[in-house]
Design a protein around this ligand. Structure first.
Ligand SMILES: [Zn+2]
Length: 256
């Protein structure tokens, strides 16, 4: 790999970014040798018309001028295209790292050429990167929105309800079950909003609006620290703008 490419290099939980990020130019450009010839390099897409590769590095090469930045910080700073490319790189690097052996027979499984898959040469099992769908539901009741907080949130922040889709479940069934389990509220009129890959570690967030259809908020003691109806004009602190949760809540406020 002697040509010049863009690089998404992960060092620990941080990505190597350019020092000067004007114009959204966040990923370093160079040859593999410039970055210490990283191993197990993955092609993850194109950035500004050039191929973009991802790899893990143990240390920042001494002669490289760049800034290591947490992935969360990059998400808050970069544009959509850079965020999706970085997210894709992180998920593929995690997959490469965490699925090195066939889950059925234990044989080492190299990456297949031409697609993101691994084929076991011994038993024929084919595996793909893991993607975990999460349904998010913003319930409204007249002018009010149902927002809740998990103990994992930053202090004071409330968001829409969300939960992982279970095996054999439709997105719609998941939405109804999650709202029922987390706050004992019934919903109807589920409407799709949009989706967002979220690489912490491998979620695909699928967001919906829904209407209140019955019940009294009764938070699940394990998952929900607090839940309330909030008037659209007096919302609590919300998740960061990059999140689909924030976009969902803001879209609901614009609609009213
Ligand atoms: Zn196998």
């Amino acid at each position: 790999m002697s040509e010049t490419h863009y690089w998404l290099l992960r060092c620990g939980n941080q990505l190597l970014t350019t020092i000067d990020k004007t114009g959204g130019n966040v990923f370093p450009l160079g040859r593999a040798a410039d970055f210490g010839d990283p191993k197990e390099v993955l092609l993850v897409g194109e950035w500004q018309g050039l191929p973009c590769y991802a790899a893990e590095i143990d240390n920042l090469p001494e002669n490289i001028s760049g800034e290591l930045m947490t992935i969360r910080a990059l998400f808050n700073l970069a544009g959509d295209e850079a965020i999706y490319l970085a997210g894709r790189a992180i998920q593929l690097l995690d997959w490469q790292n965490n699925h090195r052996y066939c889950g059925k027979c234990g044989t080492p499984t190299p990456m297949q050429p031409g697609e993101y898959s691994k084929l076991c040469s011994a038993c024929g099992l084919v595996t793909y990167p893991r993607i975990s769908p999460v349904v998010m539901v913003l319930v409204s009741r007249g002018d009010e929105l149902l927002l809740a907080r998990s103990p994992r949130f930053k202090p004071g922040v409330f968001s829409a309800l969300a939960g992982y889709v279970e095996a054999g479940e439709t997105l719609e069934q998941c939405a109804i079950r999650e709202v029922r389990e987390e706050v004992a509220i019934e919903i109807d009129n589920l409407r799709y909003f949009k989706s967002q890959p979220w690489p912490f570690p491998d979620s695909l967030m699928v967001a919906f609006f829904a209407d209140y259809a019955g019940g009294v908020i009764t938070p699940d003691a394990m998952e929900i620290e607090a839940a309330n109806w909030f008037p659209r004009s007096a919302l609590p602190a919300l998740p960061e703008p990059v999140t689909i949760a924030r976009q969902l809540i803001e879209a609901a406020c614009r609609k009213s």
